[in-house]
Design a binder for this molecule. Structure first.
Ligand SMILES: NC(=O)c1ccc[n+]([C@@H]2O[C@H](COP(=O)([O-])OP(=O)(O)OC[C@H]3O[C@@H](n4cnc5c(N)ncnc54)[C@H](OP(=O)(O)O)[C@@H]3O)[C@@H](O)[C@H]2O)c1
Length: 276
């Protein structure tokens, strides 16, 4: 029997698997193969974006897998040109067409782009799409507490998920505290990307103690803190390894020891300055 990831319930009631497959920077063909392999290994969640230019491939991978759509959780994100109420609808319809789906589980504003200052309208657009049932959950990505605060002040509604760069070198304490206060689920992107993190002596020692891999230690460090994550792997073996991280059980001391690798916000891309 295939082991599935447990789910977390988002604030509007949708169940989201705590670990899914990231698809950047795979192209359509690579994504189709990787997504189909991941689903057959037990993955039920896939993360893509307009900007990755692989939604068609992700859709093909979903169609090729023999799991009903209702059992899958599909996330995509849209670019700044769609920030606006009507724009969000158009972005959603475009993504659905590329993916070959009739609803999304989660749609994210990919970057706030505060220089353009239209993310509040994009958020209003997402709320409308959720009401209409085109998306089951609405969220953001790379939003700082100040951006989230504006959404709350303008609409009284917090995103269900904020997907941010989070790993042992970037524990994002301030943003995560804001999420906790407002019922926003933290989703970690590039959880194991800084390759050096997997060679950190503390990570290697914990892996040896548990008889698992350094990647499994870091992924479990993410999920045991209550965060969701989407590690990318094109390799079916590493996909299975990453999903099996959920079977590891770290102690509170081990989680703290990995968190001590934090280097602060300096290495995190500044979403007041960068975005697409
Ligand atoms: N919202 C945003 O702005 C944003 C930005 C970046 C990424 N994302 C999303 O987050 C996902 C994850 O982030 P990411 O792809 O940047 O980084 P990541 O998932 O932390 O790391 C991916 C890298 O780690 C390798 N890898 C995977 N499993 C491994 C294992 N068990 N042991 C050793 N190496 C392993 C992969 O290579 P192989 O493929 O060869 O295994 C790949 O080079 C993306 O795919 C994308 O969906 C979102």
């Amino acid at each position: 029997m295939t082991q599935l990831a447990p789910t977390v319930t988002l604030s509007h009631g949708t169940a989201m698997p705590v670990l899914g497959l990231g698809t950047w920077p795979m192209d359509d063909d690579e994504s189709a193969t990787a997504v189909a392999a991941a689903i057959s290994s037990g993955y039920r969640s896939v993360d893509t974006a307009e900007n990755y230019r692989n939604e068609r491939g992700v859709g093909r991978g979903i169609a090729d897998a023999s799991v009903p759509r209702s059992e899958l959780f599909v996330t995509t994100k849209f670019n700044k040109e769609w920030h606006g109420v009507d724009g969000a609808r158009q972005a959603c319809e475009n993504a659905l067409e590329r993916l070959g789906l009739d609803y999304l589980d989660l749609l994210l504003i990919h970057w706030p782009n505060p220089g353009q200052d239209r993310y509040v309208d994009a958020w209003r657009g997402l709320l409308r799409l959720r009401e209409e049932g085109l998306i089951r959950a609405a969220g953001t990505s790379n939003f700082k507490p100040a951006h989230l605060r504006r959404l709350l002040d303008a609409t009284g509604e917090a995103p269900e998920v904020n997907q941010i760069n989070l790993n042992p070198y970037a524990t994002r304490a301030e943003t995560v505290a804001f999420h906790r206060e407002h019922g926003i689920v933290t989703e970690a992107w590039s959880p194991i990307k800084p390759a050096d993190v997997l060679a950190e002596p503390v990570v290697v020692q914990i892996a040896e103690r548990h008889g698992c891999t350094p990647a499994q230690v870091v992924l479990r460090w993410v999920t045991q803190q209550g965060y969701v994550t989407v590690p990318k792997s094109a390799s079916p073996e590493r996909q299975r390894e990453n999903l099996a991280s959920l079977e590891v059980e770290l102690t509170a001391e081990e989680i703290e020891a990995v968190s001590a690798l934090d280097r602060g916000e300096a290495h995190v891309t500044d979403s007041d300055a960068f975005g697409h």
